[in-house]
Design a protein around this ligand. Structure first.
Ligand code: PEP
Ligand code: MN
Length: 346
């Protein structure tokens, strides 16, 4: 069950509700959103019904939710949400009606490479710059990212190019520094079930891009999102990036059905990463078309000025010569599904 407080509810009224729940043996998770406070209740549902929470001062209404994820569910918030990132002049929405392209290099390597990749991202109509300063590599011997120096490069490129940045955080201990620089924190596939990291990201005061674990069910992915939401942060964007199957012809298998399924179960925006799912640049455009066709709210695309020299994931990065075809496809698909997409025309 979720208790939705009035916008004008006082702290004392919120505590009274929480105390009544804990006094009855339940647990109360308080989420303070921008406009109102919500209290998620964990425990015996029938029992809560007897507590008279609906009539308590400051309570707007209560909602019974039987799924194991609550705050991110459609029961709690029937309309689809839009998540905003950035501030001032560089604010970007991700949600219904828009096709938000996030693009950039897989990894931040040098200031010049990142700036050039950001220029390619702009040509692709990206309104968010992606790039990893902390890289979760499968091999411990592979390039692990530039760390804080990479964050500084991203911040410099943001000032020059004017795009908000999304960048990955791989360790709860780094959440604070990454949140200082980033406009959105990315949690990668390998960390989807790192609950301490999810909680730390949920408390960082920045939107979170949550990739689906490569072997996670949609329900597990939504429960991971709930860990972030429970910390009072509902600015979460889900990212389908391909799952592990028996197929080896692609890096991962893009689970295209996950987009409408997750959107039906959750109010959160859902985007697709066609780069990490296919693993090859020639698959990026067809997978992107499919993603837009099934209703994805955005795309997360690897671009690189010199893919052949990329330190990470060069095979899947689009280069300058790939952008004309890709933007044409996205213009066409966005108009078919009625979403705005702002790439400059070729
Ligand atoms: C990435 O986007 O840079 C990345 C590492 O992706 P994933 O976590 O999906 O492998
Ligand atoms: Mn990558």
């Amino acid at each position: 069950m979720v208790v939705v407080m009035h916008a004008a509810a006082t702290e004392a009224q919120v505590s009274d509700v929480a105390d009544r729940v804990t006094g009855a043996g339940g647990e109360a998770f308080i989420s303070r959103g921008e406009s109102r406070t919500i209290i998620g209740l964990i425990g015996d549902l029938d029992h809560f019904g007897d507590l008279g929470l609906d009539g308590m001062p400051g309570v707007d209404h209560t909602v019974r939710i039987s799924t194991p994820y609550k705050l991110v569910s459609r029961d709690h918030h029937p309309d689809r949400s839009t998540v905003w990132l950035g501030h001032g002049d560089i604010r970007t929405p991700i949600g219904p009606g828009v096709l938000t392209v996030m693009a950039g290099p897989c990894a931040v390597e040098t200031d010049e490479q990142t700036l050039q990749a950001a220029q390619l991202a702009r040509q692709l109509g990206a309104t968010v710059l992606r790039g990893g300063a902390y890289k979760p590599r499968t091999s411990p011997y592979a390039f692990q990212g530039l760390g804080p120096a990479g964050l500084q490069i991203l911040a410099d490129v943001r000032s020059e190019i004017g795009l908000p940045i999304v960048t990955e955080v791989v360790d709860a201990a780094d959440v604070e520094i990454v949140a200082e620089y980033a406009d959105m924190l990315q949690i990668g596939t390998r960390n989807m079930a790192n609950f301490a990291l999810l909680q730390a990201a949920g408390s960082a005061g920045k939107p979170v891009l949550l990739k689906r674990g490569m072997s996670a069910t949609i329900e597990e992915w939504l429960m991971a999102a709930e860990y972030v939401a429970q910390r009072g942060n509902l600015d979460i964007v889900l990212c389908e990036r391909g799952i592990r199957t028996f197929e080896t012809a692609t890096r991962n298998t893009l689970d295209i059905a996950a987009v409408p399924v997750a959107q039906a179960l959750s109010h959160l925006p859902v985007v697709v990463d066609p780069s990490h799912s296919g693993g090859r640049k020639e698959l990026v455009e067809p997978l992107s078309r499919a993603a837009v066709a099934v209703g994805a709210d955005g795309l997360l695309v690897d671009v690189h000025p010199h893919p052949e020299l990329a330190r990470v994931d060069g095979a899947q990065a689009l280069a300058a010569e790939d952008l004309v075809g890709m933007t044409e496809s996205l213009h066409l698909m966005a108009s078919l599904v009625g979403r705005s997409y702002s790439a400059p025309s070729a």
